[in-house]
Design a protein around this ligand. Structure first.
Ligand code: MG
Length: 386
């Protein structure tokens, strides 16, 4: 029985992880979780997950009433609560489905305690890739990707030698505005941005797909997960999101992983690896009704944040923390109607220009860079809003 700690349990990936676990009750149990602000969803989750012994919520004001309602569960709150949960010795694998910078310290803590990590929080690697790499060298922990593209690459690499890899080809749907020109992007609404053509996901990642910031994050994520230089990581627009990514080898053979866009497949594979098991309530890809797969090169002029991410990846230091912090803040301002869609790009690039670069950044340097980036973008949004 593998004992799981699930952070971000009430989000899209968290709930799908619960669904996967509910169909594998003899193999996995969730013994601890975090939910942030969604206390109503917590009650539902605790009904489904009788093995939960520890829970972390966002606000300490909630603790007394929850503790009274569930006397057998230990409740904690905030970032210190998350870190304490990750340092707990009773679990075997952390499933990190937190969104954003706050996922970094839990990932680092789990690795420091020799726990395996199934990673949906790509920001951990975007922001703290160098720190995580250093910790992985000192500990027995392993990272298992939950991102669909990285799960695809992980599957294609299995059984092949690292030195035989020629390049990674990360596919991208192109997001909600893939058929828009730069000019047409000037007046797009939040509602339009939130309607992703293929995947149903949280709001931050849906906006990040439309700007391709998400794809940029995934390039950095791939670099750290698979130890491949940035010059050998490419992206390719693939409208149907059927080919989840590919690996080209030195002999020019290309392996791809295909399937319906269902995040439970990468989640389950991260949990059951190296085994493949039956997936429930899912239809396989129907080739009878699949006439064409489209591929087109990604245009870095059309998606400038993708280019920015390559530059940030090469620069290392605190620049990933600046880029991510600025993007998190800018997406929040866009969703609140305070800045335009294209302002997201300007905010991220402005933050990278204005905030001091620190090479060999420590954890506290990253925390400071994240904070400075948010402050910069808040001021940017204030100026735009007036
Ligand atoms: Mg992805």
């Amino acid at each position: 029985m593998k004992r799981l700690l699930l952070l971000g349990a009430s989000g899209s990936i968290g709930l799908q992880t619960v669904d996967v676990v509910s169909h594998h009750r003899n193999e996995f149990c969730i013994i601890g979780l975090s939910v942030g602000y969604q206390i109503d969803k917590l009650h539902e989750l605790l009904k489904q997950l009788p093995e939960v012994k520890r829970v972390c919520v966002a606000e300490s004001e909630q603790l007394a009433s929850l503790q009274k309602l569930y006397p057998d569960i230990l409740f904690e709150a905030g970032e210190s609560g998350l870190a304490a949960l990750c340092a707990w010795n009773e679990y075997d694998m952390l499933v990190n489905a937190l969104v954003g910078f706050r996922g970094l310290i839990p990932t680092l803590t789990a690795i420091q305690y020799d726990k395996d990590v199934a990673l949906a929080n790509k920001e951990s690697l975007v922001v703290g890739g160098e720190l995580i790499k250093a910790e992985l060298e000192k500990h027995s922990s392993k990272l298992y990707p939950i991102d669909s593209e990285h799960s695809a690459i992980f599957q294609c690499l299995k059984g092949n030698e690292h030195r035989a890899v020629d390049k990674l080809i990360i596919t991208a749907s192109g997001g909600s505005f893939r058929d828009y020109t730069r000019e047409q992007l000037q007046h797009v609404s939040v509602k339009q941005a939130l309607s992703h053509p293929n995947w149903s996901m949280g709001s931050r990642i849906t906006i990040d797909s439309a700007t391709m910031m998400n794809k940029g994050f995934e390039v950095i994520e791939a670099h750290y997960l698979f130890d491949i230089p940035y010059s050998d990581i490419t992206t390719l627009i693939h409208r149907e999101s059927i080919v989840h990514s590919m690996v080209q080898f030195k002999d020019h053979a290309i392996l791809a992983q295909l399937g319906t866009p269902d995040m439970r497949i990468p989640i389950q594979y991260a949990l059951t690896y190296p085994l493949r098991e039956k997936i429930y309530d899912s239809e396989p890809l129907d080739f009878d009704n699949l006439s064409t797969l489209h591929f087109q090169p990604t245009d870095l002029k059309r998606y400038p944040l993708l280019k920015t991410a390559y530059e940030v990846g090469a620069r290392k230091g605190n620049s990933g923390a600046i880029m991510n912090g600025a993007d998190e803040a800018a997406v929040a301002h866009f969703l609140a109607g305070r800045i335009s869609f294209l302002d997201i790009e300007a905010a991220v690039q402005g933050a990278l220009e204005h905030i001091d670069y620190v090479a060999n950044a420590t954890l506290s340097d990253l925390i400071e860079a994240d904070r400075n980036a948010r402050t910069y973008v808040d001021a940017f949004a204030e100026r735009k809003h007036l």
